[in-house]
Design a protein around this ligand. Structure first.
Ligand SMILES: [Zn+2]
Length: 138
């Protein structure tokens, strides 16, 4: 996702330590990456909402070969956020400790490894972590 007028609310939310998605006013679909029209119904009445980034692990795998500058092995997965958006993210947990359907929290994180990201160095990486059970209200 490139920074610009369309994505500005996303980066403003990140700067405040929050996560944001777009939502269509016509059909209520939530979506990312940002778009001037809804990807489902093509209405142009779309807005932003800030939300938590808690979700469920949809699928995951372990990469034993990674791009230069990234540590291996690396666990990556798709997470279905409760708000209705699916993200592909690094998962900060051991492969053997994960199961499909696991509850995870997606958060901005430092870039993994030693890759020089050049002009992209200010853009966030996201990682999914297991929620801190002691911090969750019961
Ligand atoms: Zn729509």
């Amino acid at each position: 996702m490139r920074e610009g007028a369309l994505a500005a609310p996303f980066f403003e939310a990140l700067a405040d330590g929050e996560f944001a998605v777009q939502r269509c006013s016509a059909c209520s679909e939530a979506f990312l990456p940002p778009s001037p029209v809804c990807p489902v119904c093509h209405a142009d009445d779309v807005g932003w909402e800030r939300t938590d980034a808690t979700g469920t692990l949809h699928a995951f795998t372990e990469l034993t070969r990674t791009p230069p500058g990234f540590d291996a092995p690396a666990v990556v997965g798709t997470v279905d956020l409760d708000v209705g958006v699916r993200l592909l993210v690094r998962v900060s947990a051991a492969y053997d400790d994960l199961t499909i359907g696991e509850r995870l929290v997606v958060e901005p994180s430092p870039a993994p490894g030693t890759l020089d990201r050049g002009r992209w160095s200010d853009y966030p990486f996201f990682s999914a972590t297991l929620p801190d059970e002691s911090a969750s209200p019961r």
